[in-house]
Design a protein around this ligand. Structure first.
Ligand SMILES: [Zn+2]
Length: 83
């Protein structure tokens, strides 16, 4: 089975830590580093937060349309659902 949406976990945006200075959301990775999703990525409709120290990824659950209102689907859709 091959899937591009293979993620370690799914996390609500409310459960992530917002770093105002860095304009990003972070979440603890089991390797000891942090998953990172930047505000700029969210405005593009990105939902996958990556850890820079390992290969794990998480899907961040948030209202994509609220962050990316000017670009309705399919531009804002996750890469895995792109045609
Ligand atoms: Zn990690």
């Amino acid at each position: 089975m091959e899937t591009e949406t293979n993620v370690y976990d799914e996390v609500e945006i409310e459960d992530m830590n917002y770093e105002e200075d860095a304009q990003r959301y972070t979440y603890n990775c089991p390797c000891g580093d942090l998953f990172v999703l930047t505000v700029a990525e969210m405005r593009r409709g990105e939902q996958i937060a990556k850890c820079p120290s390992c290969s794990l990824r998480i899907r961040v659950i948030y209202d994509v349309e609220a962050w990316c209102p000017s670009r309705a689907v399919p531009v804002c859709a996750p890469a895995a659902t792109r045609v």
